[in-house]
Design a protein around this ligand. Structure first.
Ligand SMILES: *[C@@H]1O[C@H](CO)[C@@H](O)[C@H](O)[C@H]1NC(C)=O
Ligand SMILES: *[C@@H]1O[C@H](CO)[C@@H](O)[C@H](O)[C@H]1NC(C)=O
Ligand SMILES: *[C@@H]1O[C@H](CO)[C@@H](O)[C@H](O)[C@H]1NC(C)=O
Ligand SMILES: CC(=O)N[C@H]1CO[C@H](CO)[C@@H](O)[C@@H]1O
Length: 197
């Protein structure tokens, strides 16, 4: 992660956009290459959407039924069984801790794998500022499994637990309503409104 998330309404829009999955990207990612899975160039293009803050474009390359696991010991750690839950319960929660205009945009540093390999690793760097002034400087990696249509179907995210914990516990708004629907949570602290149901 993470995130140049601007407002809650951005996510309302994203949620609406993906209510009916329409992933017409298959040919976009596969027609230009002979490789079975997206190659480094295609992965770079997809991840550059994140760096630009274009979450709608990036998330169109994530399967609705993705299994997204955030590693570590912090309020966002755990396994998210769908793209919607990952978006609302992880991206949105963290996005809300940033100062508007100083959100942490994830810049791609390096891609490892892809092409003939089902899995790839994306090293990322995000720099932003939280509402309480905390500088959010996170170097991290997403390990992703692709299908042959060029869509992410599984991901393991490795990141700075202490920084995420601090960002959430020091900046999460008490007004922000949140219901935790993760299948499993890692051992660690929970956020302000983290309610397992
Ligand atoms: C993708 O390409 C195949 C083969 O050219 C074509 O049959 C199919 O309709 C295309 N799909 C989309 C979504 O454009
Ligand atoms: C996001 O990327 C898509 C695909 O390239 C593009 O059509 C759209 O205009 C972009 N949205 C923004 C807000 O830049
Ligand atoms: C997680 O929970 C969802 C919704 O209850 C369920 O569909 C999915 O199979 C679960 N995944 C795992 C790995 O338990
Ligand atoms: C839990 C907590 O202290 N949250 C704070 C995060 O930062 C904003 C902006 O400074 C405060 O309004 C919250 O109270």
């Amino acid at each position: 992660m993470f995130f140049s998330v601007r407002t809650l309404s951005v996510f309302a829009f994203i949620a609406a956009t993906f209510a009916t999955p329409a992933l017409a990207n298959s040919n976009q990612t596969t027609s230009q290459t002979q490789s079975k899975y997206p190659d480094k160039g295609q992965i770079t293009k997809i991840f550059n959407f994140l760096g630009d803050g274009n979450y709608t474009a990036f998330l169109s390359y994530v399967a609705p039924e993705v299994s997204w696991t955030i590693m570590g010991t912090h309020p966002l750690a755990g396994q998210y069984p769908t793209r919607t839950l990952f978006t609302t319960d992880a991206l949105e929660r963290l996005g809300n801790t940033f100062v508007v205009g100083q959100e942490a945009s994830p810049k791609l540093v390096r891609v490892i794998g892809g092409g003939e390999e089902e899995w790839s690793v994306q090293q990322l760097h995000a720099l932003g500022k939280c509402k309480n002034g905390l500088v959010f400087d996170n170097t991290y990696a997403w390990v992703t499994r692709w299908n042959t249509d060029g869509i992410i179907v599984e991901a393991d995210a490795y990141l700075d637990s202490t920084l995420i914990q601090q960002a959430i516990t020091e900046n999460e708004s008490i007004e922000h309503k949140y219901t935790d629907l993760r299948n499993t949570s890692m051992i660690g602290p929970v956020g302000l409104n983290c309610k397992a149901e």
